[in-house]
Write a protein that binds this ligand. Structure first.
Ligand code: B12
Ligand code: SF4
Ligand code: SF4
Length: 363
């Protein structure tokens, strides 16, 4: 019998799994808290080769992002959790006259990271009761989430660089709980399930997967839409109707598409602000305060919302109705904008609308 006031034993893996499950965490794995030396070397190599394209995140301080003990002194284990982000029911396609709706990457339709952190912290609270230290990270610069999940046996690196979970695919967000408690780590990473498939490499609209598992940041639309500055003209048509995020290398993945539909999460539209599409004309009429309130949780370089307006102008050029008055007047207004980058993207949008109008079959 436990002594009065004695601390409870640390939770078992079964208890951890069940606390995680209460928060939508469907997969749990354990990794040792040793330095991720290979990943550290990879970060430096890719940085030296320019593949990070100026990205900070885990590249800012590879010594830190690959060492769990920098976050929790004397850490012994890293408990990794994965939470699906595909929704059981996709929201209906928006309807409008001017068809100026942009698409949002599935991972950003609602905030999936916060519920993951909440679940990991709930496990952490149980560990703290037993006298251990435990800190949760998800999509934080302090930890390489995929690499630690790989070590924890949760999945394998697909050729699209995403971590695929056996029997479940890649539409999962990943996070970890670094703790001083000791658990038996995974004996080995999950074995590769891609085989000879190369669909993601062929399906990337900009050729950003330059080798299996290796992304050239400068070409990856997910980064191109987040970063500062003018969008290179050669990527503007490929952006098509994306405003934030890109799902193509997962949407063409036979494993993730087939199994993803069996590993979904319920997104309650009444409780969540579901942002699967953005009306780009509204966005271009909105001030910073409104944009921040609506899209403030997205990563936008320097939190400068001009970069979202820039993306919106590209989407207008690619998909809006060239004969719609509001489309044309919005573009003309931005062509006269004092922000030279926005004015130049509006020039491009006007040119592209003209091109599409000229190419459209006359009725
Ligand atoms: C920077 C970043 C980005 C950048 C760069 C992406 C990249 N591939 O590096 C940008 C903005 C482009 C991006 C895009 C996306 N991201 Co992101 N991103 C991150 C972040 C913050 C760091 C990633 C990182 O450290 N990259 C550094 C490089 C070196 O790592 P890597 O690309 O994973 O490379 C590994 C493989 O190459 C592997 N490897 C080495 N040799 C070999 C050889 C072979 C043959 C293979 C197959 C693999 C392999 O080892 C490398 C190192 O571990 C993490 C969160 C975090 N804190 O970890 C999220 C994270 C990776 N992103 C995530 C998501 C969801 C996305 C998007 C799907 C979002 C979207 N829809 O737009 C896309 C997917 C793009 C892609 N194909 O990778 C999830 C991935 C979940 C998963 N199941 O894998 C993460 C883990 C966030 C999270 N906590 O859930 N992201
Ligand atoms: S996210 Fe899009 S652009 Fe980036 S590698 Fe995947 S398909 Fe290519
Ligand atoms: S598309 Fe094919 S190669 Fe790419 S991640 Fe999926 S299974 Fe692997």
């Amino acid at each position: 019998m436990a002594r009065r006031g004695a601390r409870p034993a640390p939770p078992t893996i079964e208890e951890i799994t069940s606390i995680g499950a209460e928060h939508g965490i469907t997969h749990i794995g354990v990794a040792s808290a040793e330095i991720l030396a290979d990943t550290r070397a990879t970060l430096f190599e890719r940085k030296a080769a320019g593949l990070h394209d100026g990205m900070q995140f885990t590249y800012r301080n590879p010594e830190r992002s690959t060492d769990p003990r920098r976050a929790v002194v004397e850490a012994q284990s890293v408990i990794v959790g994965a939470r699906p982000y595909l929704s059981a029911d996709d929201p209906p396609e928006p309807v409008s006259d001017h068809r100026a709706h942009a698409r949002v990457g599935r991972y950003a339709w609602v905030d999936h990271y916060e519920p993951l952190r909440v679940g990991l912290r709930a496990i952490g609270a149980r560990l703290k009761e037993s006298g251990h230290r435990a800190t949760a990270f998800a999509d934080d610069n302090s930890m390489v989430d995929r690499a630690i999940a790989h070590r924890a046996g949760i999945g394998w690196f697909g050729k699209n660089a995403n971590l695929l979970l056996p029997g479940a695919g890649s539409f999962f967000v990943l996070g970890s709980l670094i703790t001083t408690a000791e658990y038996e780590p995974a004996a080995a990473p999950a074995s590769d399930g891609c085989g000879t498939c190369v669909r993601c490499i062929d399906g990337c609209p900009t050729g950003a997967i330059v080798a299996p598992g290796v992304i050239d940041g400068a070409r990856c639309l997910s980064w191109v839409l987040q970063k500062a500055g003018a969008i290179p003209p050669e990527f503007r048509t490929a952006i098509h109707d994306r405003i934030y995020g890109c799902d193509d290398c997962q949407d063409v993945c036979p494993i993730s598409v087939r199994l993803g539909r069996r590993n979904t999460i319920d997104i309650d539209p009444d409780a969540n602000d579901v942002q699967s599409h953005v009306d780009v004309l509204d966005l271009l009429d909105a001030d910073d305060e409104v944009i921040e309130q609506r899209h403030g949780r997205w990563y936008i370089a320097g939190r400068e919302f001009r970069w979202l307006r820039r993306n919106a102008l590209v989407v207008i050029g690619n998909v809006a109705d060239p004969t719609d008055r509001r489309v044309r007047s919005t573009v003309e207004r931005y062509r006269a904008d004092a922000d030279e980058i926005l004015a130049e993207h509006a020039d491009w949008a006007a040119m592209r609308l003209d091109e599409r109008h000229a190419a459209a079959p006359s009725s």
